[in-house]
Every structure is written in C-alpha cells, then in structure tokens.
Write a protein that binds this ligand. Sequence first.
Ligand code: TXA
Ligand code: MG
Length: 538
Amino acid sequence: MNTLHLTNTTEDINSAAAILRDGGLVAMPTETVYGLAADALNGEAVRRIFEAKGRPMDNPLIVHVADFSDIERLHLVAEIPDKAVKLAKAFWPGPLTVIMKKGGVIPDEVSAGLDTVAIRIPSHPTAQALIKTSALALAAPSANTSGKPSPTTAQHVIDDMDGRIEAVLDGGACSVGVESTVITLVADTPRILRPGIITREEIEAVIGAVEVDKAVLHQLESNEKASSPGMKYKHYAPRARVILLRGEDEKYIRFVNRKYARDKSVAAMCYDEDKPQINAPCITIGSADNEKAQAQALFDALRAVDEIGGVTTVYAHCPSVTGVGMALYNRLIRAAAFEVIDLPTKRIIGLTGQTGAGKSEVAKLLKDRGLPIVSADAAARQAVEDSEVKAMLCAAFGDVLKADGSLDRRRVAEIAFSAPGRTAVLNAITHPRIARIMFEEAERLDGDTVVFDASQLYESGEDAYCDRVIGVLADPGLRLARITERDGITREEAMRRMSAQFSEEFFIANCDDILYNNGSAEELQTSVKELYERLVRG
Ligand code: TXA
Ligand code: MG
C-alpha cells in the first residue's frame, strides 16, 4: 500500500476524512501522541487498526469525538455519570480519557469484548477538524507498532506504519508527548488506569477521591487481571535494554560512568543537568525540574536510543511518582520491563585488589577504625542458597543440589571452573544477586559510609555502586610468597590464580586510590590511616 503523506491544509483534511468514511486508516496528530484513526462504528475498519499495529485483539481502543454533545447524540455510552460531566467541564477538550458503560452501537472490536468504552475529546485543532469533517467518531490507539514507544511526530508514524495505512496527517510535534490520562468511572471510586499530564491531584480537585490502579506503578502477578488490558503488555521499549536507576543525581551519574568505563555499549537517559558529567552517550529528556518538558521529550528519547550505534543497555534516571512524574514513571517502568536498580543512599567505598596483596588486612584496619565492612565472600555464600539462584544453576549445570536441597558447592566449582565460558555463566547468575545482597546489607548497617570488600569488585559490577574504590597492590614476588604460604598451594597454582586476575595497570587505571603493600605491617597501618583520614575525615 502507498501511504499518503498529508499536511493539515483544508484540502488534505478533506482527503483524510474521505479515507476514513471509506473505512480506511489515517494517522492523525493529537495533543498527546499521534493516533491511528478509523471509523469507530465500523467494526471492519477498526479490525484493520489491530492488524496494522500488530495489537492484541483484547486491548480496547479509545473513541474520539469533537464535542461533548456527540457522546449522547451518537449513543456511544449507556449513561453519562455526573462525574463525567464535571470532568468534561474541567478538562475537555484535552488529554483525558473517561471510561463509561458502553452504548449498543460500539462494535466489539473497539471495546475488546468489555461492556465499557473509553471516550476522549482531543484539543488538537487538526484532530478536531478531522473528526468534524468526517462527521465520525474515531477509534484511535497510538499510531505506533504495538510495543514500541508511542509516536510524537509524523516521522515516528512513518517509521512504523509506512505502507500499512492509507495516510499520515502531519501536524507537527505533539505538545503533551505522553498519552492521555485514562480514568474509569465504572467503579465505586473513580480509578486512574493510566496516568498522564492531567494528574491525580488535579482530578481530585474536581471530583473528589480517586484511586490509582495497582498496575500503574507495579507489575501485575501473572494471575492478576488488568483493569486496563494495555497495562499488562511490555510497552514503549526500544531494542536496547532499558534499566531504571533510582537514587540521587550524584549516585546516578557515578553508576553510569563506572559502567561505561568498563562497557562501551551502555548509554544514559537523563536530565539536562546530568549530561555534562556523564561520559557515556547521553539522551536528555529535559530539565530535572520540568516534568512537562520531560513528558514531551520522553518517547522521542526512547526512539533515539536505537539510533545511537552499538547501545545494548540504557540507564534511565528514575522519576518521582507524584504529579506528572507518575506518567513518566509509568511509561519508563514498562520500557524497562520493570527492571529497577536502587542506588545506595550511603557512601560506599569499594575495596579490591590483587590476590595476596593484603586486601583483607586493609579491610581489618578500616574496620578497626570503625567502618562497617560488607564482605562479597559472605554475600556469595548467601547468594547460592537463594532458591532462584539455585534453580538457575541447576538449569545451567545440571542437578547440582545435595540430597538436603542445599547447593553442592564443590560440584558447582568443578563444573564452573572447568572452562572460562562456564565461569562466565556462573558469574552471570550469581553476581547480580551478590551485588543486591551487598547493597541491602549496606543500607541496613549503621553509619553513612560502608566498605564493600570484594576481590571481584569489577568483574561483578559492584564497582558501579561505589563512590570511591581502593585498590590494594603489591609486587608479584611478594604476592606469590604470601599466597603459597597462606593457602598451602604450589607455585604453579599460585601463578595461575594471579594471572587469572586483572593486571596492575587495570587497577591503576580504574581505582581512585591505590595502596601499595610492599613493606611491613606498620607501614601498611600508616598508609591506611592516611587514606582513612583523607577519605572519611575529608
Ligand atoms: O492520548 C491518547 O490517549 C492516545 C491518543 C491517540 O488519543 N491514544 C492512546 O490509545 O494512547 P491506546 O490505545 O494506545 O491506549 C489506550 C489505553 C490502553 O491501555 C487500553 O487498554 C485502555 O486505554 N482502554 C481503552 N478502552 C478501555 C476500556 N474500555 N477499559 C479499560 N481500559 C481501556
Ligand atoms: Mg498505545
């Protein structure tokens, strides 16, 4: 099919209206996002919307009209509740969708078999003109391929829909940028099913108490029914994996920079103010204190992620969940398939280094000075008893449980260390869990500074949580002597362990502070004291 690219001249709007009257599909601008419109009362035409978008048939559509009187005139709903009248006076035309009991004329395709229908009166002049010229009620979901970010420009629509629909009407960039607030009045208490730029607080000022559906902010369990079918799908997602980071600006910036230092395929999605300090490729969504600007930019930013070459993971800075922030959070959390990483509220000092260099000595000395230590070894022992981790290990390495259900650690070690590929599998399974355990323990401990004692701080990605990292190094000859004696192993085994680690250059390049432990115990004590004073006392 050849998709017509139309503009918002009267002539083009007439052509678009004629297409709609013939049962065709037209993408139209609205103030929120572009919608993919068809005659709402023509079931056949509506079915084509689902095909063009690849949309699951159980996800109902919004019916758009130009004026409040159209709802009654076209018998779109069974009855108009008082609260709908109040909402209409306050917010229509505008980015609000109201769910009511449906009228008999609504085809099942529109309501996806539900006994309710979603109604909206858009304020965008082109949408208004198109509805009026066609003299139709228009069913219109967002004009993206199902699962992708909603389109906020005609180009986004063309990227997704060219060749699949009759026409795209270009009305410029959408001013709101996120889809309308959806509220149902078919409930004892009105309930927001999808947050938008019209906030809960604003609605409550008009109709009193309003609930927020659980699915707005939380992932539903597989057995829970979504009040709004659209809420259960992964949505708004670029090809790259999106992960939300929840925490202070400073922690966010540090996390992203540490990840990027080790992995050039990561990118950031953040506020304008963060950008100058971020080393990774960065997509900004507006100023931190302007949530409306962020909403306007959000979907374009999500689409832009895939235009940066080679990005496999994008770390987005998690918004607040109040006001317009709730709409941003609701979209981002779906783009992230609910993957959120909480960043520490404490100051974290990472302690790592070469085997045999004396990291444990340094940990002890820091502990003596009052700093709480979180040990990665202890966290690792705990991680492998986690039932999810055990299940993943069995899936990867066969049955590695003992008769009593605990992990056969010797067996796991045998398999995992028999080949580098297997070690990587072991690490991929355990490291994220270990990092979480360490994070949680750090949050529980007293004091505002905590030490992460981890020989594999960098391999595990725990370094990204750290504000500073101390690397403990020593001459190879000394280390060799220390570990053969300490662990009772041969020179060869000791050399093998040493060469399996990062090089001295690596630690020098990546750590913030280097402690050399080539001298006496007293000398180490002195350098730890100096470091402690510099780090903790400022
Ligand atoms: O801003 C918007 O609302 C845009 C523009 C084009 O108007 N439209 C839009 O439509 O975002 P769509 O289909 O992408 O999202 C509609 C949402 C879906 O989550 C759907 O499940 C929900 O509204 N919905 C529609 N009818 C419903 C109903 N009867 N009951 C519950 N949820 C409904
Ligand atoms: Mg949509």
